[in-house]
Design a protein around this ligand. Structure first.
Ligand code: NAD
Length: 468
C-alpha cells in the first residue's frame, strides 16, 4: 500500500484526511493519498509564490542544470515509479506501459532542459535597439489526468520551471500516487517551493483555476472540464494551455497493404488501451481493402495479451476506472444498436471487472455514437468509404481536432489530404507518435495553445519588449 504526502515549501503538508486509490486490475486499494482542503491549497500556492522571486532570478543555465538533475533523479527511480504507476493506472510494466511512460518523462525533461530561451533583437540600427525578452508568468497551476499521469505532469512542470515559474500540481484523484512520489523526488533536488503538490476532489481543481495568485493554468483532461477552467480563469485573465479531448480519424487509402499496416493501425488506436488523447479513434478504410484490413486487424487483436500489468508479457491492462468503463460499454452497445457488426470483443455484463475486451466494430451508420463521440477506451469503429472528398468531410465533421492520420505510400497525396484535415497534428502511416521537439495541441474543441518544442516552452512566458 503506497502513501505519499502533498509537498509545499519543500516539506510534507500535514493533512489528516485521505482517500483510497484503487488498482483497476484487482479492484483492491493500491494506496491512499491526502484529501486536501482548500486551505491546504492556500499553503501550496503561498509556497509557490514565496519561491518565485529567487527561482525566477536564477540564470537560464542554472535552471537547465536543475532540470537535468530532475531527469537524473527520475532515471535513478525509473522502476520504482513504474511499479507505482502500474498499481494505480493498470497499464503493464513493459511494452508501451509504465517503464515506457517513465522513460518518456525522462526524455521530455532532458529535452526541455536543453532548450534555450534567447533574447531576440527586433531592431538594432541608428533609430535604436529593441529587444524581446521572455519573462516567467509566476505561479503555474497544473491539473493532470489519469491516462498518462506521470508523463503529462512532466510536460506541464518542466517547461514551467525551466522558464522561471513555480508550480502547484494537482493530479487526478484516480492516479495521484506516482506523481506525488515524483514530486517528492523533485523536491530532493529543487529549492523549496518550486514544485508543490496537492491532491483531493475535483473542487481543488476548480479552486486552482480561479485562484488569484496563479497566473497560468496548464490543463490536460476532458473538454467539458477545460471549458469550466476557461470560464473560471477569465476573471484574472490567466494564461491558459488546454490539451483536451480528441476523436482522431485515420484514413486508409487503397494503395496500402492491409497486412503491412495492421500493427501500426492497431497500436495507433489501442496504445494505453485507447486511453490516449491522440489515439486513432475512428478508422476510415477504402472499400477496395476494407475487408482485408478488418481481417488483419482482427487477427492482430487476437494476438495481444491483456491482463494484470504486473503479469509477465502483458501488453494492455484494464480500463482505469468505472466511469470510463461504463462509457465505453455504452458506446459499444450504442454502436451495435445503430447496426455495427462486432468483429471481436463486444459489451461486458460483468460489474466486477474493469477489463474490457479489445473491440473492433464494422460500422457505417451516420448515427453510430462510437463514431461521433470520444470513446477513450479499447473499442474502434471501422468505417467503409469510397470517395476521398466525402471521407475528408466526415473526418472533419467533429467538434474535436487533435490529430489525424493518412495511410498511404503516396507522399504527394498524403500532403494534399493532410492540408485539408482540421487537426493539430497529421501523421503518415502512423498515429499519435508525439515527440518533445514538435509542438502538440488541438484545434477546435481539442484545446488552446500547444505544448512541446520551443513554442510549448515559450507558452510559459510573457513577452516583454525593451526599447533601449
Ligand atoms: P477530467 O477532465 O475529468 O479530469 C482531468 C483533471 O481535471 C483531473 O485532475 C480532475 O480532478 C480535474 N478536474 C475535474 N473537474 C475540475 C474542475 N471543475 N476544475 C478544475 N479541475 C477539475 O479528465 P480525465 O477523465 O481525467 O481525462 C480524460 C480526458 O482527458 C479525455 O477526454 C481525453 O481525451 C483528455 N485528454 C486529453 C489529452 C490531450 O493532450 N489533449 C491528454 C490526456 C487526456
Amino acid at each position: 500500500m503506497y502513501s505519499f504526502a502533498n509537498m509545499a515549501a519543500g516539506s510534507p503538508l500535514q493533512i489528516n484526511a485521505s482517500f483510497d486509490v484503487i488498482n483497476p486490475s484487482t479492484l483492491q486499494p493500491a494506496g491512499s493519498a491526502p484529501l486536501a482542503s482548500v486551505s491546504d491549497l492556500e499553503r501550496a500556492v503561498a509556497a509557490a509564490k514565496a519561491a518565485f522571486p529567487a527561482w525566477s532570478a536564477l540564470t537560464d543555465g542554472q535552471r537547465q542544470a536543475y532540470c537535468h538533475q530532475i531527469a537524473d533523479k527520475l532515471e535513478a527511480h525509473h522502476e520504482e515509479l513504474a511499479a507505482i504507476l502500474t498499481s494505480e493506472q493498470g497499464k503493464p510494466m513493459g511494452g508501451t506501459g509504465s517503464m515506457f511512460e517513465i522513460g518518456g518523462a525522462i526524455a521530455w525533461a532532458r529535452y526541455n532542459a536543453s532548450l534555450e530561451v534567447p533574447v531576440e533583437v527586433l531592431q538594432d540600427d541608428d533609430n535604436g535597439r529593441i529587444e524581446m525578452h521572455r519573462k516567467p508568468i509566476g505561479v503555474v497551476g497544473s491539473i493532470t489526468p489519469w491516462n498518462w499521469p506521470v508523463m503529462i505532469a512532466i510536460w506541464h512542470i518542466i517547461p514551467a520551471i525551466r522558464t522561471g515559474n513555480t508550480v502547484v500540481n494537482k493530479p487526478s484523484p484516480f492516479t495521484p500516487l506516482a506523481t506525488l512520489r515524483m514530486i517528492e523526488l523533485m523536491n530532493e533536488v529543487l529549492p523549496a517551493g518550486v514544485v508543490n503538490s496537492i491532491t483531493g476532489d475535483n473542487d481543488i481543481g476548480a479552486a486552482i483555476s480561479s485562484h488569484a495568485d496563479i497566473g497560468k493554468i496548464v490543463f490536460t483532461g476532458s473538454t467539458p472540464t477545460g471549458q469550466k477552467i476557461m470560464s473560471s480563469a477569465a476573471e484574472g485573465l490567466k494564461r491558459l494551455t488546454l490539451e483536451l479531448g480528441g476523436n482522431d480519424a485515420g484514413i486508409v487509402l487503397p494503395d496500402c497493404d492491409a497486412k503491412a499496416i495492421a500493427a501500426g493501425l492497431f497500436w495507433g488506436a489501442f496504445i494505453n488501451n485507447g486511453q490516449t488523447c491522440a489515439a486513432l479513434k475512428r478508422l476510415y478504410v477504402h472499400d477496395s481493402i476494407y475487408d482485408a484490413v478488418c481481417e488483419e486487424l482482427t487477427a492482430f487483436a487476437a494476438s495481444v495479451k491483456v491482463g494484470d500489468g504486473f503479469a509477465e508479457g502483458m501488453e494492455l491492462g484494464p480500463i482505469q476506472n468505472r466511469m470510463q468503463f461504463d462509457k465505453v460499454n455504452q458506446l459499444v452497445r450504442g454502436s451495435i444498436e445503430a447496426g455495427g457488426k462486432v468483429l471481436c470483443g463486444g459489451p461486458v455484463d460483468d460489474a466486477n471487472t474493469l477489463f474490457f475486451p479489445i473491440t473492433l466494430i464494422a460500422t457505417s451508420s451516420a448515427t453510430d455514437p462510437l463514431i461521433h463521440q470520444e470513446q477513450f477506451g479499447p473499442a474502434l469503429p471501422i468505417i467503409r468509404y469510397s470517395d476521398i472528398d466525402e471521407v475528408i468531410r466526415q473526418a472533419n465533421d467533429n467538434p474535436n481536432g487533435l490529430g489525424g492520420s493518412v495511410w498511404t505510400n503516396d507522399v504527394e497525396q498524403f500532403r494534399a489530404i493532410a492540408s485539408q484535415l482540421e487537426c493539430g497534428s497529421v501523421w503518415r502511416n502512423k498515429h499519435g507518435a508525439i515527440q518533445p521537439n514538435a509542438p502538440f495541441g488541438g484545434v477546435k474543441c481539442s484545446g488552446v495553445g500547444v505544448e512541446f518544442g520551443q513554442e510549448g516552452l515559450l507558452a510559459n512566458t510573457n513577452i516583454q519588449v525593451v526599447y533601449l
